[in-house]
Design a protein around this ligand. Structure first.
Ligand code: NDP
Ligand code: 8X3
Length: 251
């Protein structure tokens, strides 16, 4: 896919980083986003051997900074063909009554409002060109609710609804909109959820074979390389050992 540029939020880790690498190997130019500058720098050095890469450091929660970052793009980086709305995390795994309002704020501000800010900043150029592809990374947590998932699940249900709403309202503008909803993927996700407790995080993925970030990157690449009249609207992906958020075959 030459002469194609993708903007990936949350490219400093996990699914976003794997997707950036997969895209670069396949000739897609990149705008990689995140807050950790050292990760952005290292990924830029690695991938600019393959394609053109531009890094943007911003927090998706900061509406003005998001807009400024998108406005700062020039040349081929100002023409974004593919937006991967991936930045996000779970913060905490606590009962509703025990969970902190700070964690609730973080999940709603990042997973929901951040996605809205980035999309609204990029959408005008896609509408003007009458082309573009928006992929929203949801979760199986956006399809069902599990104990202690409360607001993380709510944030991903919101992504599911926003994905559907965007697709409805953009119908007729020749812009593809779809969501991918992964089950358990071994990334930095659980370390963030458990606030740096690596032991707790590692335990989540023990006793079965979870998805890897590369599995989702492979699927994202499949989705973006379908003929333009084909839009994969909604895709749920779990590892073979997972049947639902709470049913996982662990030995
Ligand atoms: P990681 O923790 O590995 O990556 C999260 C990414 O999001 C990082 O690059 C991080 O970058 C970025 N990010 C987080 N907060 C912000 C913020 N405030 N502003 C800008 N960027 C931010 O997790 P995953 O790769 O697993 O998660 C990616 C997406 O996939 C998320 O939306 C997650 O909900 C979803 N998902 C994950 C699943 C899993 O089991 N892992 C399953 C289903 C969905 P930085 O810290 O540098 O800002
Ligand atoms: C991440 C997967 O099961 O932790 O969205 O909600 S799960």
């Amino acid at each position: 896919m030459h002469n194609t540029t993708a903007l990936i939020t949350g490219a400093t880790s996990g699914i976003g980083m794997a997707t950036a690498r997969y895209f670069a190997k396949n000739g897609i130019n990149l705008v990689i986003c995140g807050r950790r500058q050292e990760k952005l720098d290292a990924l830029t050095v690695e991938l600019e051997k393959l394609v053109e890469v531009h890094a943007l450091n911003f927090d998706v929660r900061e509406r003005d900074k998001v807009q400024d970052a998108i406005n700062s793009l020039t040349g081929k980086f100002s023409h974004i063909d593919i937006l991967i709305n991936n930045a996000g995390n779970a913060h905490g795994l606590d009962t509703f009554q025990e969970a902190s309002l700070d964690d609730f704020d973080a999940m709603l501000d990042i997973n929901v409002k951040g996605l809205l800010y980035v999309t609204k900043a990029l959408l005008p150029q896609m509408m003007e060109r009458k082309s573009g592809h928006i992929i929203n990374i949801g979760s199986t947590a956006g399809k069902e609710v599990y104990p202690k998932g409360n607001v993380y699940c709510a944030s991903k249900h919101a992504v599911d609804a926003i994905n559907q709403g965007m697709r409805l309202d953009l119908n007729g503008h020749n812009i593809r909109v779809g969501a991918i909803h992964p089950g358990m993927v071994e990334t930095g996700f659980s370390e963030v959820r458990f606030k740096g407790n690596k032991e707790k995080a590692d335990k989540v993925y023990q006793g079965f074979m979870p998805l890897k970030a590369e599995d989702i990157a492979d699927i994202i690449y499949f989705v973006v390389t379908r003929p333009y009249h084909v839009n994969i609207a909604d895709l749920v992906v779990m590892c073979t050992d997972q049947a639902s958020s709470t049913v996982v075959n662990k030995n």
